[in-house]
Ligand binder design. Structure first.
Ligand SMILES: NC(=O)c1ccc[n+]([C@@H]2O[C@H](COP(=O)([O-])OP(=O)(O)OC[C@H]3O[C@@H](n4cnc5c(N)ncnc54)[C@H](OP(=O)(O)O)[C@@H]3O)[C@@H](O)[C@H]2O)c1
Length: 332
């Protein structure tokens, strides 16, 4: 069902026509949240393993442009879909099952990140996070499962986060949603035991996807951006996203129940397992080092590009060089 050998170079010119023809019966993979960043790289990786990949996200122009870029590697179908809306997810799955082919692989990557001190949070931020990163994977998996059950096979991957195992400071809505996603995906993997269908819980630590450009920043947005974008771009602390995408696709196709993607994430999970209360106190201390909420903070968050302009710091620009480079490469 799932070819596994990666072929790192894209097909080009006349070879591309051959790729499309050769792949007439290619297994179909759907990647939700694939217009940039990690989802884009996961889609590319699935193409190199011989899949026909359906890429989806909310911004139709961005998803079309991503599909265009990915066609170098094989057959791609672009779809608009908001994972927060179960009807849209249902319609997408129906269109793919009837128009493209049976869905063999589903990977839900879609995510939003808001870096905001707890005092400046509003309920809307929790709703956005929960709808996207808790309900999104549930909508996707529960919609595709009846089709996979009929066939007695399928691979489901859910990108969660180390933030779903240890709750980091200033990321409360994110952690709330990711803890839910871990619970759902892990329980699903157990529930599917013996069915021929597998669910993989993907637990990345920080990766250089370029996601800091689209993350939302609140409280003192410029100061939030300064710490978050820097940490997300530093070597050792954050890992190369291309390699992460390869390992994710390996794990999903192999039907592994869980994959933890960075050494720091691995360590964080073990420390919390051994000493949960101490870990929470450590997170509290880390939080005290992060920017305070200003007394008159507005409730609005701004995206990374705006926060960076407000900050205007050549030093932070220098420290985020690797992250910015990743953003350019991964359509961020
Ligand atoms: N970057 C990291 O260090 C890191 C670490 C751990 C976990 N993760 C997780 O990895 C995933 C990808 O992160 P990233 O850094 O690549 O983020 P990113 O660059 O912001 O990409 C997010 C993707 O999800 C799509 N998306 C967002 N909301 C959506 C919705 N409601 N419906 C459909 N698509 C939606 C976006 O497109 P549209 O906005 O057009 O919809 C975009 O294609 C996220 O789940 C994130 O939490 C990332």
């Amino acid at each position: 069902m799932c070819p596994t050998e990666p072929s790192p170079t894209p097909a080009s010119g006349a070879e591309q026509a051959e790729v499309s023809n050769e792949r007439a019966g290619a297994p179909v993979a759907v990647v939700l949240g694939a217009s940039r960043g990690l989802g884009f790289l996961v889609a590319r990786e699935l193409l190199t393993r011989g899949h026909h990949v359906v890429v989806a996200a909310r911004d139709v122009d961005e998803v079309d442009a991503a599909a265009q870029a990915l066609r170098e590697w094989g057959p791609v179908t672009a779809e608009r879909c908001d994972v927060r809306d179960r009807h849209e997810v249902g319609e997408l799955v129906g269109r793919v099952e009837h128009g493209v082919g049976p869905i063999e692989v589903l990977v839900t990557v879609a995510g939003v990140i808001q870096s905001v001190p707890a005092e400046s949070l509003v309920l809307q931020e929790f709703e956005d996070a929960m709808d996207t990163m808790a309900w999104g994977p549930i909508h996707a998996a529960m919609t595709v499962l009846p089709h996979m059950r009929r066939r007695g096979r399928g691979r489901i991957g859910t990108v969660t986060s180390i933030g779903g195992m240890v709750s980091p400071p200033h990321l409360l809505p994110y952690a709330t949603a990711k803890f839910a996603a871990v619970g759902f995906s892990d329980g699903l993997a157990a529930a599917l035991s013996g069915t021929g269908i597998t669910a993989t819980t993907i637990v990345p630590g920080l990766m250089r996807t370029g996601g800091h450009v689209h993350a939302r920043f609140g409280g003192d947005p410029a100061a939030e951006y300064a710490w978050f974008a820097t940490v997300a771009s530093l070597p050792v602390v954050s890992v190369d996203a291309d390699r992460a995408a390869r390992r994710i696709v390996d794990a999903v196709l192999a039907g592994r129940p869980m994959i933890v993607l960075t050494p720091l994430a691995w360590l964080g999970i073990r420390v919390r397992g051994l000493a949960p209360a101490t870990t929470t106190r450590m997170m509290g201390l880390m939080g005290r080092l992060l920017p305070d909420a200003p007394a008159r903070a507005g409730a609005r968050t701004v995206d990374g590009a705006q926060a960076r302009r407000r900050l205007g710091s050549p030093i932070v620009d220098r420290l985020t060089t690797l992250g910015d480079r990743a953003a350019r490469r991964n359509r961020g």
